[in-house]
Design a protein around this ligand. Structure first.
Ligand code: PLP
Length: 388
């Protein structure tokens, strides 16, 4: 019997999923939970978007499409990238993908040779490590100290000629930080010197609260060295539709197109039509979601400021606050105890790599009422721990 491929042993189970399983088990036994670990909008997909998919399917959009996606979708993505993020990609530089996740996977397969490294500032979203391992490469984490500013010097010092790519996620999951242009420019220039690429994970780019969103490729002197990844999941409440994109100059876009022919061939045809409606139809539903996230961000930032023993940088984007809780060294153990004793569910920071240990991610993709309840319980729990 053949063993599993070695690359499968290169990564373990996500601690976020482990926590999720604990929460599901507690919910099944009737616990009163406040679920603040979830990384997806608590809104429904806008009705006109769902309707567009139904209509398209009824009209026969049930076949394979071009592997880069249908023309109107690529046009709509290129227009959005230009108008919302100052990114100058033509439709022929856009590949529609099955979520931002597939775009990241395909970008990594396209750029990384076996034995090469992919750098990430840590804490980071855990799937980058798996994508690197699936490409035969490996992840190198560069830890960012609190409050998780992008430290260009540390990244640049760590890179070498075996570096194939650097992933920059801004706004960041899990820290909610939005990186400044200067370190982004420096890291991109250093990557270019090593003939490496920056994979710009901009799936949260539409959710920045304090400054206008700008794509990384629009900020740097080497835009041809940037692969831009985006998605409708977070900004349009479309996680289950699995629709995203990558945009890049040649030869990356041409290589990525060949790779993706063998991954999913194309995103589901009705989902692509839904994507066109999301990007070209009424914007009011997204604007309402955005305003709700901004209001919750303000609330969560203010509450966290007032809780003894907790510090967190004010979230500037996405829908996460990253809590540094005094005396926590094992974030999974803390998250489990918090769940058992208060019903509040947070994601353990250790799920985001070494740079996340000792911290906890709180998602504010939940109603203000539930956030208030969750933060009240967390505050009481920490006060009691302090007094005993
Ligand atoms: N990148 C980051 C940082 C994420 O947090 C996620 C999802 O949680 C993704 C990419 C992938 O999103 P999707 O595949 O739903 O577009």
């Amino acid at each position: 019997m053949h063993d599993l491929a070695a690359r499968v042993d290169a990564f373990g189970r996500s601690q976020i999923r482990v926590m999720f399983d604990h929460a599901e088990a507690a919910a099944a036994s009737g616990a009163d939970l406040v679920r603040l670990e979830v990384g997806e909008p608590d809104f429904d997909t806008p009705a006109h978007v769902t309707e567009a998919a139904f209509e398209a399917a009824r009209d026969g959009a049930t076949d394979y499409t071009a592997s880069v996606g249908i023309g109107p979708l690529r046009d709509a993505i290129a227009d959005t990238l230009q108008t919302e993020y100052d990114l100058a990609y033509g439709p022929d530089q856009v590949v529609a993908t099955t979520g931002g996740m597939e775009a990241l996977h395909v970008a990594t397969l396209t750029l990384v040779d076996p034995g090469e490294s992919v750098f990430v500032p840590s804490p980071a979203w855990p799937n980058y490590e798996i994508h690197a391992a699936l490409a035969g490469g490996h992840l190198e984490s560069v830890e960012l100290p609190y409050p998780y500013d992008l430290d260009a010097d540390r990244l640049i010092d760590a890179m070498d000629d075996d570096t194939a790519a650097v992933v920059l996620t801004t706004p960041s999951n899990p820290t909610g930080r939005v990186y400044d242009p200067t370190p982004i420019r420096r890291v991109t220039a250093a990557a270019a010197e090593h003939d490496a690429y920056v994979i710009a994970d901009e799936v949260y780019a539409g959710l920045t609260y304090d400054r206008d969103p700008t794509g990384i490729a629009a900020l740097v002197d080497q835009p041809e060295r940037v692969v831009t990844v985006g998605s409708l999941s977070k900004t349009h409440a479309m996680t289950g539709w699995r629709l995203g994109w990558l945009a890049a100059a040649d030869p990356v876009v041409e290589g990525a197109t060949r790779v993706r022919e063998a991954t999913t061939s194309c995103p589901a045809a009705p989902a692509q039509h839904a994507g066109v409606a999301a990007l070209t139809g009424p914007a009011a539903p997204e604007a309402r979601m955005y305003e709700a996230f901004r209001e919750r961000r303000d609330y969560v930032a203010e509450r966290l400021n007032g809780i003894d023993g907790v510090r967190a940088p004010r979230p500037e984007g996405a829908f996460y606050a990253f809590l540094d809780v005094a005396d926590v060294t094992d974030s999974l153990a803390f998250a489990r105890r918090l769940l058992e004793e208060t019903g509040v569910v947070l994601a353990p920071g250790s799920g985001f790599g070494a740079g996340g240990e000792g911290r906890l991610r709180l998602s504010f993709a939940n109603s203000l009422d539930r956030l208030e309840e969750g933060l009240d319980r967390l505050e009481a729990f920490l006060e009691e721990a302090e007094s005993t």
